[in-house]
Every structure is written in C-alpha cells, then in structure tokens.
Design a protein around this ligand. Sequence first.
Ligand SMILES: [Zn+2]
Length: 370
Amino acid sequence: MAKKKEEKNKHTGVVTPTSLAFFEKYINNPSPTGFEWAGQRMWLDYLEPYVDEYFTDNYGTAVGVINPQANYKVVIEAHADEISWFVNYITSDGLIYVIRNGGSDHQIAPSKRVNIHTDQGIVKAVFGWPAIHTRHGEKEEAPQLKNIFLDCGCTSKEEVEKLGIHVGCVVTYEDEFMVLNDRYYVGRALDNRAGGFMIAEVARLLKENNQTLPFGLYIVNSVQEEIGLRGAEMIAHRIKPNVAIVTDVTHDTTTPMINKITQGDLACGRGPVVSYAPAVQTNLNKLLIRTAEQHGIPFQRQASSRSTGTDTDSFAYSNGGVPSALISLPLRYMHTTVEMIHKEDVDNVIRLIYESLLNISDGQDFRTFQ
Ligand SMILES: [Zn+2]
C-alpha cells in the first residue's frame, strides 16, 4: 500500500487551468483534414508567446520556431487535422450521402448530430437511421458507407442547396470536450489535437523555465495526417530537420473486443508509449527511454511491423533519412466522438518530450558508427 501511494505521489502535473482552457477551445473547434486553417490560427495564437517566430506552408501546416538562426534543427511534431466526411451526393428528396475524409467510422454515424461547413456558415444535420420497429427480418443491415445518410431537414435537393450545402462541403460531429471522473479528457479528434496541445505545452515549459536550447526547435502542427501523412511529408522537405520527435495517439487495448495478441498491451494511465519500428531511429529511441528512466516518467512499449502509420514515417524517410522517434499517447475509442485520454499521460508525454529535448546536444550524431 505504502509503495503504491508513493508512486502515485510521484506524478508531476504540467497542464494548468489556463492551458486546459485553451485545450478545450482547441478541441471544440472543428479542424477537418484539408480545412485546418482556423484551428491553426488558434494554436499559433497560443504558441506565439513561447517561440521566436512562426510560419505556415501553402496547405496550412503551422510551425513555431525557437532559435531560427541555428543550423542544427530539431522538430517536435503532431498533426492538426480531424477526420470528417465530405458531402458526396444529394438526393432529389434532400438527403445527403457522404464519403470519408480520413478514417471516419461508419459504424458510429447513425443518430449523430453534425455540422456541415458551408460558405454561409455551419448548417446542422443528423445521420438518420431506420427505426428499430421497421427493421424486421432475420438479418439486420449494419451501418456502412453506402447506407448512412444525412438529413438536414429539407425535402428537396434545391432546398439543401439553398442552405449553402454542395458536394465537397465537409461534415464534422458536434460532440464537445469534457472531463470524465476528473481522470480522462474526452472529445472528438483528441487524435491528434492532443498532440498539438502537448507540443505547445513543451514550448511553454521551455519559456517558463528559462531553458535555452543549443539548437533550433521547430514545433510543427502538420495538416493532412489522416489521409496519408501528407502534411508532414510536405513540411519535412521544407524544414530539413536533423532530428524529429513525433507524437500521436495509440490504442488503449484494455477495453472490450481488442486482441492484445495482435494489438499489444497498452493502457491509458500507464504513461507515454515508445515505439519500436524500422522508422524509429534506435539511438534516438534509446535517448527517449534513458530520459524517461532518468526522470521517473512511466512509459510503455509498442512494436509496429513495417510502418508506424504516423507522421514519424514521413519525417524518417525524408531528406535522405532523418533520425525520428515516436512518443504515443494511449487513447480509448479512436476515431469515435468520445475519444478518451488520461490526464496523467498528457502531463507525462509533455514531460518526456521536454526532458528529451534537454538531453539532445547541438549537432548530435545518432549514427552507431560513422
Ligand atoms: Zn487518426
């Protein structure tokens, strides 16, 4: 018992009421893949006091820079985009069929309220679904991309169009941020705007603790991760970093119907997850682990065959090979509207990135031999 209590007391909180207020606002703002600008503005406004300068690229990736004059460049990165839907087809009856923008989950769509983003502003709609009473027969049809549809309260295509809705409008869910049992943050697209929040918090800590870095630090909030790691691909070529530490989410595998044999054994509350994958540079990864051990930051391990499926791959395989590593935040119910992350994990990912940066020296060569 005593030991447990002692371990519990070791947790170092990082997130402040002010930063939490930003996080909530940032999560509630929609940031669909390809349409991230508003969220990026909000993120840069938060980050600005903690960096020397910032810039954006043509597709909306936002970068805050500390020590822009330095030759040796270290990136810490997350992705800014949220999965969504595209309006794809409007029926003569005024119903709307959608296609995915990112890995949106058809199974959770029925009965959800949505925001359709139009030039005239947000238009409300719902994913309808036939009533249980009308679904007789032995075999029930499951929600699939081909049978889910939006109802925005119109009865003709013309009415729908009059609201400003057209093919290509993006659609996001209404669900907003909440705190569950004072233990979990819950919201849509914590994947991976929690990451954007955490790297901004790293910049805040550096500033508030008067830490000076011997290299240039690029705090990168990439667009378009959810459709193939594209924003990271673009910005990696532009920055040409020497090192990249990426943060994204990974699955908590302790909830029902997830196979630990294939998915690994990872849980919210047990700390940041370090990854073993070919794209993860082994000596950089060892630096992360040494840092965690040195500072008593709990961590978990995950292995990935071939790719990590995160922006780590984009950085690693750019510019002739950039030493890259991944620090993941365990998350429950990925790509639903009730994604859950543990408050302590958020603090610990921030601390692990922060302390790892302090352990990187100017010009550090991560090769095992030359
Ligand atoms: Zn995702």
